[in-house]
Design a protein around this ligand. Structure first.
Ligand SMILES: [Zn+2]
Length: 480
């Protein structure tokens, strides 16, 4: 004994062990409250702990002032890009000239797919996800079907391409749901028979759905579907064209076992509907419904050419509808019935799909603008509904229901849009959200926080110094 008094210190609370941060947002969009001013946002580790609007600068507690980050502009939750094919980014600009259809574009896309290997795909996807981060996307749903080597020969690890994609998201600092896609047939013949995969499509196929499920299991998700703190496993049925109805069950069962999201392309093309009707006497939505593939963990991607019964099935089952309006315009697909789907009960989400552009504001406003062009009337969606599609509902559809809101307890992802650009100057607290949804572009994103940590500061990606150079280096060899 030294005679020194014993000092008893309580063990620190777990939250105090995590790194604490605070931000003071000039304006922030908060659930149930709309755009609020002077919002003090606190986090410990990767979660928000408190969100308090109308805290003026001199009212910020002294203990929070050191290290406080001020966020001028409008701060939103992180945005979710619910439908992406990362490698299609290599085609931007290469397929925009001349005539053609979805089907001629697909031939060009197959040429790029044929050149990728795990190393080149890692480099490309890493750069594409960094572009997404700069655009305020903090979570991507990667609809991944480029599974195997040339001619369909599996790599030594049959999940090597999946692991490359997951690593790419991690290196770019964003969350990913790997929607491991079952792709078994090259289409349906006029009399409805599945056609074998051929040429570049051979790399997409696992043989049958049981083999797909075994490979998806071997990727190693835990019982909650998590692959890492930033990566989650999901499943996808490529389309009614590519997965015969009799092969859908193992994919659906796998998704149920992990509580995982289940996505499918639905009625992007009229030809797809015709093939489905010829094969099954049912629309793609009806085929998926009868297989048990629809429901509140499922997403119908595109949902463009629907009949009334399809809308009832999707809405009544609370299946998400993921619209990809820039791709649907770029490929001349058509304009989907967004308002009818939302009214019927399908929450809407948004995807950059073919990466014609990577800009969630553009995707969001095109949902409303497409309805206006199709109907000759304005005012189908409020800005808040479109912002919800890009944030809360997008995250939930990808299996991250606790992300996409600035609220205590939620995952601490933030996106701040500067309001001082020529496009947005003049916005007020009242008009800021509509200004951003209807006039911002991806370059207006200034700061991005993922899981409580800075990822983009003043438009600069902290993990990948020169994103344009990374994109160029990855894309040019693929276009030779
Ligand atoms: Zn797609």
């Amino acid at each position: 004994m030294t005679g020194r008094p014993m000092i008893s210190r309580p063990a620190p609370a777990p939250a105090a062990l995590a790194r604490s941060r605070a931000w003071h947002a000039e304006l922030a969009w908060l659930p149930g409250r709309g755009v609020c001013a002077d919002v003090l946002i606190e986090a410990a580790g990767d979660r928000f702990t408190a969100v308090t609007p109308e805290v003026s600068g001199d009212a910020i507690p002294a203990g929070l002032r050191p290290g406080l980050t001020r966020l001028p502009g409008l701060t939103l939750p992180g945005m979710a890009n619910a439908h992406s094919h990362a490698f299609h980014r290599a085609l931007r600009g290469a397929t925009q000239v001349g005539a053609g259809t979805f089907w001629t574009w697909r031939e060009r896309m197959y040429q790029v797919a044929a050149k990728l290997d795990p190393d080149s795909y890692l480099a490309l996807a890493r750069a594409v996800y960094a572009e997404m981060a700069l655009a305020g996307i903090t979570c991507v749903g990667e609809f991944h079907y480029l599974h195997h080597g040339p001619d369909g020969v599996p790599y030594a690890d049959p999940n090597e391409m999946s692991r490359a994609v997951i690593a790419a998201a991690g290196q770019a600092g964003i969350r990913i749901t790997l929607l491991d896609t079952c792709y078994l047939s090259g289409g349906l013949s006029p009399d409805g028979r599945p056609q074998p995969l051929a040429g570049p499509q051979l790399r997409f196929g696992d043989g049958d759905a049981e083999a797909w499920a075994q490979r998806a299991t071997d990727l190693g998700a835990d019982e909650h579907g998590l692959l890492s703190p930033l990566a989650r496993a999901g499943a996808a049925i490529h389309s009614v064209r590519a997965v015969p109805a009799g092969q859908m069950h193992p994919v659906i069962a796998w998704a149920q076992r992990y509580g995982a999201p289940l996505h499918a392309h639905v009625s992007e093309q009229r030809e797809e509907n015709q093939a489905s009707l010829a094969a099954y006497r049912r629309t793609p939505a009806e085929v998926l419904y009868e297989a048990g593939a629809l429901g509140p963990r499922s997403t119908a991607v595109h949902a463009t050419h629907l009949v009334g019964r399809d809308i009832e099935l999707l809405g009544g089952s609370r299946t998400y509808a993921c619209l990809c309006p820039t791709t649907e315009a770029d490929l001349a697909d058509g304009i989907g019935p967004a308002r009818a789907l939302a009214t019927a009960g399908s929450p809407l989400t948004l995807g950059s799909d073919s990466q014609a552009v990577i800009d969630m504001f553009e995707e969001a406003r095109r949902v409303e603008l497409g309805e206006r062009l199709a109907s000759g009337q304005r005012g189908h969606f409020r800005a808040g509904e479109l912002a919800r599609a890009a944030t809360t509902d997008g995250h939930t559809s990808l299996g991250w229901p606790d992300a996409g809101e600035i609220a205590a307890g939620a995952i601490a992802d933030l996106v701040t849009v500067g309001l001082d650009s020529p496009r947005l100057a003049g916005a007020t607290q009242t008009t800021a959200l509509a200004s951003v949804v209807f006039a911002a572009n991806a370059a207006d994103v200034r700061n991005v926080v993922v899981g409580g940590a800075d990822l983009v500061v003043d438009g600069h990606h902290l993990l990948i110094n020169d994103v344009p150079a990374a994109l160029s280096a990855a894309i040019r060899p693929l276009l030779d």
